[in-house]
Design a protein around this ligand. Structure first.
Ligand code: CP3
Length: 363
């Protein structure tokens, strides 16, 4: 075989570690800071709304070809370094026997919230294969992005699931919540139901993550979006061990784990104890302070305020630079927002943000 042919084949068969996103998750040096954005495929994007005209949110999630298309379109339109599979946190509820729907303007609604030990005992953990439509979508996305991009970088593919606390809160409250009264009532008051619920969620989520990794996910992000509702003592007593167990089981699949929550400034050192490879920072904590709280030896993702995307160009550019200046090019930073892009965000500002990260984040 000629050198030319060998050279070509080494390009089409990328070696492990050619993705700057995955390398940053592992705190390896990169040519520039990788960037992707929470909710990069969502209602702010006309291409997504065009698909939503013909399909409900759950139809998109459950139709691999459509979920893959939405995932790919957003990643390519924005020029980001990673694609997060289009799915939703609540999908595992269906095989567990918990019915839910998304109501316009209200978000998710669980019709019969889980409040008793008998209900927790009745939750099924043996039907995770019903979720393989997500893995099938990941396979299609992985196939689409199998060749390196023009700059030689392999686009990262992110699978995801909820964390035990955040998923339990939706199951118990029956939807979004302000005070998490019922969740905390079970957590504090039922020494049998809460641990059993955590155990069942971990079993389902670990198996679901395994399907995603087998299908081609390079990294798994665990969303503990509402962990910030907990004080440090309660997080430590009721959630740290189950989350640590989930992180351990996902890492055993051979991929890095990103662990993300909102309003977590006081929780960051404890979240780090889960052993996650990357901790997601929300925007309320200054970036450098957040990284310091997480500690050396751990990568971080974040943390631009998503509402900055509505600001005039000079303000937005300054905020992007502020995050990158605080990271100072140290290995182990993935640029992201502190939470998801909201509806109404100007697409051109999102695209500009990605371009500025590429410009200012070059080594
Ligand atoms: O590119 C992407 O990030 C989109 C994929 C994605 C969705 N949900 C699709 C979705 C992801 C990563 C999620 C995770 C998710 N789902 C989270 C964690 C992320 C976070 O924001 O903290 C949570 C809390 C949920 C539960 C959920 N799904 C809520 C509370 C809502 C309603 C709130 C809203 O924004 O309307 C959803 C609906 C949902 N899931 C939408 C999308 C794009 C918007 C609704 C729609 O298209 O009709």
């Amino acid at each position: 075989m000629s050198d030319a042919v060998l050279g070509k084949s080494s390009v089409v068969t990328p070696e492990l570690g050619t993705s700057r996103f995955v390398r940053a998750c592992l705190r390896q040096p990169v040519d520039r800071t990788p960037v992707w954005l929470l909710r990069q495929a969502g209602r702010y994007m006309p291409e997504y709304m065009a698909v939503r005209k013909h399909h409900s949110l759950l139809e998109i999630c459950r139709t691999p070809g459509v979920a893959a298309e939405v995932t790919i379109t957003a990643a390519e339109r924005l020029g980001v370094d990673a694609a997060i599979i289009f799915a939703d946190l609540l999908l595992p509820f269906t095989p567990m026997g918990v019915d839910f729907e998304f109501l316009a303007g209200e978000g998710p609604v669980v019709h019969t919230p889980i409040r008793t030990l008998d209900q927790v005992r009745a939750l099924r953990t043996d039907r995770v294969e019903d979720l393989t439509y997500v893995a099938q979508a990941i396979e299609q996305v992985a196939r689409h992005f199998s060749a390196p991009r023009a700059d030689g970088d392999q686009l990262g593919i992110i699978g995801f699931c909820g964390a035990p606390f955040t998923l339990a809160s939706y199951m118990i409250e029956g939807g979004s919540s302000r005070n998490y009264v019922e969740t905390k009532r079970m957590m504090y008051g039922d020494g049998t139901a809460w641990p059993l619920l955590m155990e069942k969620l971990i079993d389902v989520l670990a198996a679901y993550a395994a399907q995603q990794v087998e299908a081609g996910a390079d990294v798994i992000q665990i969303f503990d979006s509402w962990a910030g509702a907990l004080g440090v003592t309660d997080y430590r007593e009721y959630c740290l061990a189950p989350t640590t167990e989930l992180v351990r089981r996902v890492q055993a699949l051979g991929v890095p784990v990103i662990y993300f929550g909102v309003d977590t400034a006081s929780l960051l050192p404890t979240m780090r104890e889960t052993g996650a490879d990357v901790i997601g920072l929300d925007w309320r904590i200054p970036f450098a302070e957040g990284w310091k709280a997480v500690g050396e030896g751990c990568a971080v993702q974040g943390n631009l305020d998503p509402i900055t995307l509505f600001a005039p160009e000079d303000v937005l550019r300054a905020r992007v630079r502020e995050v990158l200046d605080a990271a100072a090019g140290r290995p182990g930073h993935i640029f992201n927002l502190g939470h998801g892009i909201v509806p109404g965000t100007p697409v051109e500002n999102v695209i500009k943000t990605v371009e500025w990260v590429k410009e200012f984040g070059a080594r």
